[in-house]
Design a protein around this ligand. Structure first.
Ligand code: PLP
Length: 236
């Protein structure tokens, strides 16, 4: 795997997390310049799933405020306390969401990136109304049409966007994708960008530790980076 995954990011102290964050910010700036984008159009979502709280605290101490988690229960065990200390934190849900967890997700997460089916859209809308918390949502697109992967098939996305936005009344801010591991990510990023453009959606969540620079070049507004910031995950 890429060199991003080695060396100092694995020793685990706060100085490394801070150094990794600034290195990634620099790479985002460089990638943005290559395609004449403003680097402040790109938000770094620090993916803290499975990472020890000490490393999250190191990122917070370094001034970072946007984080991604993929499991509701794990996020509930870590983030309410941290959000009390750092009320300006923005938390993105980037993992699969069961309808019976929609209530908890709406309460804790500021952005839901993994809207992938009509039933979930309806339940989320009901919960958002009930809690009066109107969270922006991204639709997850299964750009590689992988049967085991969540997300709306590219051919069905336009209709699903209309349904979520116009019929159900959700705030659809953008799209997210997780390209197949064994394919050129750039093709998937370009496809996601084209779907967003023709539907007038502003946000594009794409790119992870190994390919976030490519994603920035292809228009990502949010890159989701875990191991390159925090080091290898211990388990899970
Ligand atoms: C874990 C995860 C990431 C981060 O992956 P890294 O390779 O550690 O940067 C990004 N997006 C999603 C949906 C994830 O589950």
């Amino acid at each position: 795997m890429p060199e991003l995954l080695m060396t100092d990011s694995q020793t685990g102290d706060g100085a490394d997390v801070a150094a990794n964050l600034s290195e990634i910010h620099n790479k985002i700036i460089t990638a943005s310049k290559r395609v004449d984008r403003q680097s402040d159009e790109v938000t770094l979502v620090a993916v803290s799933k499975i990472q020890p709280v000490a490393k999250i605290e190191a990122a917070l101490a370094a001034g970072h405020r946007v984080f991604g988690e993929n499991r509701i229960q794990e996020a509930q065990s870590k983030w309410p306390a941290l959000k009390t200390l750092y009320p300006d934190v923005t938390l993105h849900l980037i993992g699969p969401l069961q309808t019976n967890k929609a209530k908890d997700a709406v309460a804790l997460f500021d952005v839901i990136e993994t809207l992938d089916r009509p039933k979930l859209a309806e339940v989320l809308k009901r919960e958002m109304d009930r809690q009066d918390l109107h969270r922006p949502c991204y639709i997850q697109v299964n750009t590689g049409e992988e049967p085991q992967k969540a997300g709306i098939a590219p051919a069905d996305v336009d209709a699903f966007i209309v349904k979520c936005r116009d019929d159900i009344g959700l705030n659809i801010a953008g799209l997210m994708c997780i390209p197949p591991a064994d394919e050129e990510a750039a093709l998937h990023f370009a496809l996601l960008r084209d779907i967003a453009r023709r539907n007038g959606l502003a946000s594009l969540s794409m790119g992870m530790s190994g390919d976030f620079e490519v994603a920035v070049e292809l228009g990502a507004t949010h890159v989701r980076v875990g191991t390159a910031i925090f080091g290898a995950r211990e388990h899970g």
